[in-house]
Design a protein around this ligand. Structure first.
Ligand code: MG
Length: 332
């Protein structure tokens, strides 16, 4: 009987050029496994991430706006899906491995804390060192499946670790995912800032709208098509003029949105909230769930408490805080 995976691996020899990673050439998994008869190793990684608990929790984690009340704001999950779609499109156009780009896109934010970057800063302050991309790798290697990990391929793991700007590049698929992450978030965060009334359409600098359009879809399309044409020579990058607009846009978002006092008004409360939970479990480690008690024995208590908190959704952290620190109403 024909083996669908082997057929697809043969197809990859046509689809994936010399700059990409063919799944048959993967450096493989830390714990060797029998290959799947149907899926390539990277297709299998995509499925493992999609079926993970950490992936499902992304739906209730802040992207930028804390606890927004409207239905249409991005969450960490919709951000992840937008990044992944862009990464697949760019990888396909550049004859790279789409499935590897997809796996990296889907996994890149699994280590994000509740309450977005405010939560990340809080954990960094509490523990001394915390970066969501390192935590993403820890989620897939150490925390998923009750501590067994997902045993993903080396290239997927390195792509998840390297998704932050300036990290040494491992594969071109990882670089594509990293740039698509930035294209996605500055555009959707601008869209959400307009939705929130933090910016008005006329506030957007003309340099941005003139170079790449006055709608979110047009702007994303401009950056993605430029990234594809700019990367024709092999190095993954935008053309010089568009890269300058992109940097300008990125800086504008920092000034106008990410550091905007209205958007950040509630952020100082996040340190208090997560700090209280953190201190509580350092004092009473026996109250941690079973997995984290085991991790505390194996990796240290601070790491285990950090793992527990980083994995929480926004709602879970709020409910836990309320259960731990707010007296329940007397109901007779
Ligand atoms: Mg991201």
């Amino acid at each position: 009987m024909a083996c669908p995976r082997e057929e697809y691996e043969a197809l990859e020899r046509l689809l994936v050029g010399p700059d990409g990673v063919r799944s048959a050439d993967s450096r493989g998994r830390e714990k060797p496994e029998e290959p799947c008869p149907v899926r390539t190793c990277f297709q299998r990684d995509v499925d493992r991430i999609t079926h993970s608990k950490a992936f499902r929790r992304l739906r209730d984690k802040t992207q930028v706006f804390l606890r927004p009340e409207g239905d249409h704001y991005r969450t960490r999950l919709t951000h992840t899906l937008e990044v992944t779609r862009l990464a697949r499109t760019v990888a396909r156009a550049l004859h790279l491995n789409e499935d590897l780009a997809e796996a990296i896109g889907l996994g890149h934010d699994l280590g994000h804390t509740p309450f977005g970057h405010a939560g990340e800063r809080a954990l960094r302050e509490l523990k001394g060192s915390f970066f969501h991309y390192e935590q993403s790798l820890r989620v897939v290697d150490r925390l998923e499946k009750d501590g067994a990990g997902l045993n993903l391929c080396y290239e997927t793991r390195m792509g998840i670790l390297n998704h932050t700007y300036g990290a040494p590049d491992d594969t071109r698929e990882a670089t594509v995912a990293r740039l698509c992450d930035r294209i996605a978030y500055i555009n959707h965060d601008l869209d959400d800032a307009l939705r929130a009334g933090i910016l008005r359409p006329e506030d957007i600098p003309a340099r941005i709208t003139e170079a790449c359009g006055d709608r979110t879809s047009a702007r994303i399309n401009s950056f993605v098509t430029d990234l594809i044409s700019g990367s024709a020579g092999g190095e993954i990058r935008m053309t010089e003029p568009m890269a300058e607009v992109f940097d300008f846009f990125h800086n504008y978002m920092y000034d106008a949105v990410y550091r905007n006092p209205t958007a950040k008004r509630e952020e100082s409360k996040v340190l208090g909230l997560l700090g209280s939970i953190y201190d509580r479990y350092l004092r009473y480690p026996e109250e941690l769930p079973e997995l984290y008690r085991r991790l505390a024995r194996e990796d240290g208590l601070e790491q285990a408490v950090c793992d527990y908190i980083a994995g929480m959704t926004d709602s879970y952290a709020l409910q836990l805080y309320s259960r731990l620190f707010i007296p329940a109403a007397w109901t007779g």
